[in-house]
Design a protein. Structure first.
Length: 217
C-alpha cells in the first residue's frame, strides 16, 4: 500500500496518469547489482513463487532471461539461479557476447538521489526523470534530527505547478516517514525560503507550511 501511495503521489506531482515502462536495453548476459538490503530469489517469475534463497545489496547477478518485469538470473557469488523483480536491481555491465551488446559500453544508471533511503522510490523518480528529460532533485540531504532536505532542480521548479510541488513534497514525506519506521520526521523541499515547502510532525497530524501561506493542519 505504501509503495502504491508513493507512486500515485509522485506521478500526480508531475502530471502523469499512466504507469512507466521498464527501462529498455537489458539483455541476457548483462550483469546487474542488487539495490536493496535483502531480496528474495524466487523459483519462478511471480510474487507467489517459492523463495529459493536471498541475495544482498551489491550482489552481482547475470541475466539469463526476462519475463515481463522479472529477470531470470544466476548469482555470481554462489552460482544459484532464480527469479528477481527488475525494480530491485540495477544494470552494471552490458553483455559483449552479441553484436548489439558489443556496441554498448558498460553503464550504470544514475541514481535520482533517494537510492540509499528507498531503492523502489528512487527507481520511480528515475523513470519520471527519463519521461520528462530532466531531474527532479538536485540535492537530497538526510539530517540526524529526522529532517530530509530536498533541493529540486531549476527545470523541475519552472515546469511544475504549485499543486504539483505540494504533491511531490507529500510523496517524499511519506517515503521518509516509512524509512524512519513511523517516527517523527520533517521534509524541507525547495532551494530558497520564498519557494520552500515544509512538512513536519509536531503532534497527532503533520504540519504543512506552504510558500506565503503559513501553516495548516
Amino acid at each position: 500500500m505504501i509503495g502504491r501511495t508513493l507512486g500515485l503521489g509522485l506521478c500526480a506531482a508531475v502530471g502523469v496518469a499512466a504507469g512507466f515502462p521498464v527501462s529498455a536495453g537489458a539483455a541476457p548476459g548483462d550483469v546487474h547489482a542488487v539495490t536493496s538490503e535483502k531480496v528474495n530469489l524466487r523459483a519462478g517469475p511471480s510474487d507467489s513463487a517459492n523463495v529459493r534463497s536471498t541475495v544482498s545489496r551489491n550482489d552481482e547477478l547475470v541475466e539469463l532471461r526476462r519475463e515481463g518485469e522479472w529477470l531470470g538470473v544466476r548469482v555470481v557469488r554462489t552460482g544459484e539461479e532464480g527469479w528477481i523483480f527488475s525494480d530491485l536491481v540495477r544494470r552494471k555491465t552490458a553483455s559483449t557476447l552479441s553484436g548489439e551488446g558489443a556496441a554498448r559500453a558498460p553503464q550504470r544508471e544514475e541514481a535520482a538521489g533517494f537510492e540509499r533511503l528507498s531503492p523502489a522510490f528512487d527507481t520511480l523518480v528515475r523513470r519520471i526523470n527519463d519521461q520528462f528529460g530532466y531531474r527532479f532533485a538536485e540535492k537530497v540531504e538526510a539530517g540526524n534530527n529526522g529532517t530530509l532536505r530536498v533541493v529540486p532542480t531549476d527545470a523541475w521548479v519552472y515546469n511544475t505547478s504549485r499543486d504539483a510541488k505540494i504533491y511531490a513534497a507529500l510523496a517524499v514525506y511519506q517515503m521518509w516517514k516509512n524509512y524512519n519506521n513511523g517516527r517523527p520526521v520533517s521534509v524541507v523541499m525547495g532551494g530558497n525560503e520564498r519557494e520552500r515547502i515544509t512538512i513536519g510532525d509536531s503532534g497527532d497530524t503533520p504540519d504543512l507550511a506552504l510558500p506565503a501561506m503559513g501553516s495548516s493542519r
